[in-house]
Design a protein around this ligand. Sequence first.
Ligand code: DLL
Length: 454
Amino acid sequence: MAWNEEVAARDYLPAEERQQLQLKRLQHTVQRVYTSVPFYQQAMDALQIHPSHINSLADLHRLPFTTRYDLIEHYPLGLLSVPREQLSRIHASSGTRSKAKIVGYTRRDIDIWGEVCARSLACAGLQPGDILHNAYGYGLFTGGLGLHYGGEYLGMTVVPMSSGSTQRQVTFLHDMQATALCCTPSYALTIAETLSALGMSAQDLHLKCGIFGAEPWTKALCQQIEDRLGLHALDIYGLSEIIGPGVAMECIQSHQDKQADRSLHIFEDHFLPEIIDPATGEALPYGAEGELVFTTITKEGMPLLRYRTGDLCTLIAEPCTCGRTLVRMSQIKGRVDDMLIIRGINVFPAEIKRILFGFAELAPYYQILIERKHTLDSAVVQTEITPSMQTAISPQEVDSATWTDNEQIQQLQKRITQVFYAQLHLHIDIQIQPTGTLPRSEGKAIRVIDRRPT
Ligand code: DLL
């Protein structure tokens, strides 16, 4: 399969035409899973819903949900809708605390994945002939191979770097004159830092845009990446269970409109989105914040009905300035299961991040460590000072023995602890460390280390 005008036009279909296509595909998928996946037949029978009852898109809400626990319960391949021999590829999403969720793709699924990733790259304004430096990890993680096939489908030249060896990444970005960079936002920052450490700047590169996703990121981080790498930092969303990257993508036109809230186009001719109340499962209208749910309507290997992503966002029906008629989602605002309970108090890591990013003296690196001593939980946030602040405080080389006694550091720590207490009603210790102390991310950044027994 290759990029052509007909594929490009799929983003601009009149709404009615797309809805007809969606209904036909939904009916086909429901029929398929009912007859080939025992889990779905049982779940639909329990709700007394039969494939013949799906007569409109609104009937989607009558179908059963699928959760990540269903995938884990049917580990490894119990939800396949085709015999295993028909799979071309297997990927997995690593749960940090649970078994991996395994996903099987047929040849056709791989083609569709290539198509949606190519459409994502086209959303970024990229074209055949552009050079894509792909620093997402290759392997079971879907980032590497997903965007690799998308780049080739669009007719780009792909440099399959994978993650790690950051100095080498900078050399290849420079020498191959890459016009687009794909990686997590936290790794983009690590690459930017290495670029400066090598005495180079954005002017030495040819980057037009970055396709950054797989983890949540803030406006402030986006701005830093754009300034340091000289590109437009665009957001791409996806999850292995649905297909991988290429479920939704921010377009260059809306990104350049600095007034607009950031949003991503959902490739809804393949993935039907809904927003539900995470507590009750009730479907919510456009504009309401809730849990994002997807039904895959073209997948063969492992189609999923109403998969609860656990990600929180809103759906946006208003048309986009780019002319695409696809529904949009806001950037991810957090996860349903994000909340930490520390000494009986509910804390969202995003709140801690928001407070830290409000202090200009701090660099955008942090880790939240939670431990239990006897029966009491304690939380420590480790972060770093910016290089310029460090030079101002300590013009000579930093002496690690006396760093923690530095009065300015102690004052800053005190101020931040006070803000934590005022806003989160919780005592959180903070340790501000010298520049370059915390581990740098090469993929998804690990921000919370919870050492409490489960
Ligand atoms: O992260 C797929 C991907 C690869 C997306 C490369 C974008 C780019 P998983 O490893 O299965 O798949 O993790 C999926 O990551 O449910 C979200 O919680 C989070 N996530 C993915 N994209 C974004 C994003 C890949 N743009 C989980 N913003 C999802 C915020 C994201 N969170």
